[in-house]
Design a binder for this molecule. Structure first.
Ligand SMILES: [Zn+2]
Length: 453
């Protein structure tokens, strides 16, 4: 066990003394009573580095199974005046070791059995204590007379559970605010987009995003000869240097001979990616699932369930069960129900000859009915694994005159979606993305120049 006694001197002096006891519990028992431990001095509650995020923020009525990260809270400003008014306390901290219970650990802080039971009850209100792991930190704050004031449990991913013991016991979960970092790269296409990204230190998964966006416009195999300029900007969320989730593209520019293709991705999960050619709007790419991984493309493939080579009649987006599915173009609901291997499906008719099919759905919104008009981006279901599916995914299919076609090259749908989006905002977003990219690249150049010096 790792024990640390942190002694923080009284108000205003901001002096911290860490007596780094790294002794094990077995060989060096801690003081029987913290109140009598002579090295202890009054300390003050001070946690300015984290911000408070009530759990309620996660309750997203519209999206129960795929919660969005809550809005980033601003870090509270350290308020010296508040400190002056707080009575002095003593703080004990320890780290769970393998096989150790929370009760055993906090008993070393000198807590009575009834206090320990209250701590377990309070923390248990916000955290399943059966999930406790070795290495988790516990901090116990006591008044100078030894009465329990506050317990802070630090668990995975920087999450903390705080229980405050006053007239009433209050527990809350504290989610740390991640840092959002914007990155950029200016590179030259080599043998393939994938190889280009990998060698430039850019997440190679972006190759899929690029082919998804430009697949219907550019034939990567035929049009890319090498030497084309590829510029990318993407964002990553990090916490304590650790990456959270997947990086997301926000802007891409690909120059093929004299033609400039640019893509602007939406900042959040709402809105559509937009493709521009030579600065003009080419099309709006309405994705049926936002932020999902394209797990299988259209064409012949080895069937994941049956094992033989079969024609794959659509594209698959792997996403967690319950992720919302959106209409990719305006139209009318033409079918809701089951279709053998497809499971639960919704179909939309776009004009007289084109249809989109959304398969393996786990749910369809209540009230959605055949004949209903939908716009691009309207929610028409949730990702599931009904029918023949190895896991939750959306099978998205575009049918023209009853025959499946490659959804990535269906211009008719793209045009319908483009019309649905107003032209006004998108050019501004392109300008803003270009400007942001230039600023980032200038910073990169400055940084690398300084490294060389
Ligand atoms: Zn499929």
């Amino acid at each position: 066990m790792k024990l640390r006694y942190v002694v923080i001197a009284g108000a205003g002096t901001a002096l911290a003394v860490v007596l780094g006891f790294q002794a094990s519990w077995e060989t060096t028992p801690p003081p029987a009573s913290l109140a009598t431990a002579s090295v202890w001095q009054p300390s003050l509650l001070q946690k300015p580095a984290t911000s408070f995020q009530p759990l309620a923020t996660f309750a997203n009525a519209d999206n129960d199974t795929a919660p969005k990260r809550p809005e980033l809270p601003t870090r509270p400003v350290f308020n010296a005046a508040l400190l002056e008014t707080k009575p002095p306390t003593q703080v004990w901290s320890g780290t769970l070791s393998a096989g150790e219970t929370l009760d055993a650990l906090i008993s070393t802080a000198g807590l009575s059995a009834s206090d320990r039971a209250e701590v377990a009850l309070a923390l248990g209100a916000e955290y399943d204590l059966r999930k406790l792991k070795p290495g988790y930190d516990v901090e116990v704050e006591l008044s100078l007379s030894g009465s329990l004031k506050r317990v802070m449990l630090s668990v995975e991913a920087g999450v903390q559970i705080e229980a405050v013991f006053a007239d009433e016991i209050a527990t809350r979960k504290i989610i740390p605010a991640p840092d959002l970092v914007l990155n950029s790269a200016d590179t030259t296409v080599k043998s393939s987009i994938f190889a280009t990204l990998a060698s430039a230190g850019v997440p190679a998964r972006f190759a899929v995003d690029l082919s998804e966006m430009l697949g219907g416009t550019v034939d990567f195999r035929r049009d890319l000869k090498g030497g084309e300029r590829l510029q990318l900007m993407w964002r990553e969320a990090t916490l304590d240097g650790q990456r959270l989730g997947q990086p997301r593209l926000s802007f891409a520019a690909l120059t093929i001979e004299d033609t400039l293709y640019e893509i602007v991705w939406p900042v959040d999960d709402s809105g559509n990616a937009t493709i521009f050619v030579d600065g003009g709007l080419l099309r709006v790419f309405a994705q049926p699932v936002q932020g999902a991984r394209l797990s299988s493309v259209y064409g012949n493939r080895r069937h994941p369930v049956f094992g033989d080579v079969r024609m794959h009649t659509g594209v698959d987006f792997a996403a967690p069960r319950g992720t919302p599915v959106y209409a990719t173009a305006p139209g009318r609901i033409s079918y809701i129900g089951r279709r053998s291997g497809y499971g639960r499906v919704v179909e939309i008719a776009h004009g007289s000859d084109t249809q989109t099919r959304y398969a393996h759905l786990s749910a369809v919104p209540k009230g959605l009915a055949i004949g209903d008009r939908v716009a691009a981006g309207d929610k028409i279901g949730r990702v599931g694994a009904t029918g023949t599916a190895t896991g939750p995914n959306l099978h998205y299919e575009v049918r023209v005159n009853g025959h499946p076609t490659d959804p990535m090259s269906n211009d008719r749908l793209a045009k319908a979606a483009s019309k649905a989006d107003t032209n006004t905002g998108v050019l501004k977003r392109l300008q803003a993305s270009r400007a942001k990219f230039s600023v980032l690249q200038d910073q990169n150049v400055t940084a690398s120049t300084q490294e060389r010096l």
